[in-house]
Design a protein around this ligand. Sequence first.
Ligand code: FA5
Length: 336
Amino acid sequence: MMDLEEIKNSAQKEWENIDSLESLEQWRIKFLSRKSELSQFFNNLKNTPLKERKEKGKKANEIRAFLNEIYQQKKNKLLDNSYSQKEIDITRPGVKIEIGHLHPLTLITRDLVKTFEKLGFEIVLGEEIETEYYNFDALRIPENHPARDMWDTFWIKSKGKNPVYTDEQKSKLLLRTHTSPMQIHYMETHKPPFRIIVPGRCFRFEATDPHHDFQFHQIEGLVVDNNINLANFKQLINEVLNEIFEQNIIVRFRPSYFPFVTPGLEVDIKLNNEWLEVMGAGMVHPDLFKKVGYSQNKYQGFAFGLGIERIAMVKYNINDIRLFFNSDLRFLKQFS
Ligand code: FA5
């Protein structure tokens, strides 16, 4: 039997002359496989006296590592050569690069915003963090008012200095439960006539089901001038919905109550023989005009808050609102 040095020397000598992957494989079988002399050597180690065993084992391991190393070196070199010798077929179709696409909620929001823009509306954005005053009190929803039950709230704990809010406001920060606070913000800084929409995300601390999520999007609408009535609202909403759904939509107004409008109503649309609630609306309550300093009895206005997910669900035939937010690519890829 060859000793270790002999194995190493003859392996290295043969290695130098290898010039193909086939002969490299023969070499590997001869010097590194289970049938190789080196493996036999390892097998026989157990019969070697303990004193020698340690030293010989170490040496054999070093040689095996060395052979593996030169094997890999040669393999890389031969593979490199074989690739560079291959012709490149420039007529082969390329690999398709997958590019991203817009989320269904972005698509429907863009459609809605465009439709309102065409009708002369200005787009205004608000903050997702609001104070209790704008989200509730200024909208005639004081503490203990039963209407607050409709908007279970995520309150925010705010510590330390805050450049935006006073200490008093800071203790009452929340994630807005609807886009209606923007009615007050906007009227505080603008005089009528105007027509605005405010698209944005809202949050409610409530259990989820196929039609309710704890986060969702609304488009708030506010139109104020000195000759505005509910007929104007009906006309507008019919026009918008017909355009979005590309068909004549049947709309129903149901009396409802929101403290910041009077009268208040809920708008349902009929599709596939079913009524679906899509927004709350009404004529702006005169108290709001008073609060923002408008002259009394000079203006009227209507306001509405439309649920974007609900519209998207109808338009794209989606039966569970929670699909919008769970990042399931099987769902999202359908909108590319
Ligand atoms: C409001 O939020 C009022 N601010 C709407 C309003 C604005 C009334 C202006 C009058 C004047 P409501 O809670 O009904 O109302 O919500 C309005 C719409 O938001 C609903 O019709 C629905 O489409 C959507 N919505 C409400 N809660 C959820 C929820 N948890 N998940 C998904 N969509 C929701």
